[in-house]
Design a protein around this ligand. Structure first.
Ligand code: SAH
Length: 234
């Protein structure tokens, strides 16, 4: 996807980018490829950054408008997807980028300085650890390509404010979403909508699950990571 096509496709979802934002995305792309040449952050090639990372991150807007909220937490953000892209395009948002891999967090810190961004916080560590001091604190919690829906729900919903949203950016497998329904209810959430679509110029299916945090999450969740993975909530 070249830049013109990118701008076009993004407009179709209702987002018009300013020159400053386009410039920032350009810098982001260059810095990512340069950093990637010595530190392996992501498997992607140049021509795919705009489609697979930037465009895909912005499809978030199909489910929810971030400008209506103040804080967003991106769990397992990797090289900043979708959190950093959303920060650039919705600059008023206070974004927290969390990853257990420190080289990714370091990349994001450098990028934030390069782009002169403010209101960006970082956490190097696991989502379950972060939850100890940050329970039910964020208006929006999101994650893309981190783990299956049941595990993800236990990592993300305890961090979501009551009245806020957990937005899961998933691939085409709807079965794992159905399987997670009980976990979602148990942890205080309710599926409000599932937005299903294909990425343009390839047949790659996507599902964005929009979950409203209706009630507070019982204190015993999240459990320790080994438990979360070994005995997923039924
Ligand atoms: N969201 C990014 C990265 C996906 S790769 C993207 O869509 O491109 C998954 C990332 O999640 C990795 O960087 C890994 O370090 C991180 N991760 C996995 N489980 C985690 C956990 N429990 N807490 C924090 N980070 C986690």
């Amino acid at each position: 996807m070249n830049k013109e096509k990118f701008i076009n496709e993004v407009e179709k979802i209702g987002i018009s980018l300013t020159d400053i934002q386009l410039h920032q995305l350009d810098e982001y792309c260059k810095f990512l490829l340069e950093y990637n040449s010595h530190t392996n952050l992501t498997a992607i090639k140049e021509e795919q950054v705009y489609l697979k990372h930037f465009y895909d991150s912005l499809t978030f807007f199909k489910a929810i408008n971030p400008s209506e909220f103040e804080t967003l937490l991106d769990i397992g953000t990797g090289a900043g997807f979708p959190g950093m892209v959303l920060k650039i395009v919705f600059p008023n948002l206070e974004v927290t980028l969390l990853d257990s891999n420190n080289k990714k967090i370091n990349f994001l810190k450098e990028l934030t300085m390069k782009l002169n961004l403010t209101k960006v916080n970082f956490f190097h560590g696991r989502a379950e650890e972060f939850c100890i001091k940050n329970r039910e604190k964020f208006d929006i919690v999101t994650a893309r390509a981190v783990s299956n829906m049941t595990v993800l729900t236990e990592l993300c919903l305890p961090l979501t404010k009551v009245g806020g949203y957990f937005i899961a950016m998933k691939g085409s497998n709807v079965d794992e979403i159905t399987e997670a329904k009980n976990a979602i209810t148990k942890l205080g959430g309710k599926v409000e909508r599932i937005v299903e679509f294909n990425l343009p110029s390839e047949e790659s299916g996507r599902n964005i699950v929009k979950i409203l945090k209706e009630k507070t999450t019982p204190k015993e969740y999240p459990r320790r990571y080994e438990k979360i993975v070994k005995s997923p909530l039924k």
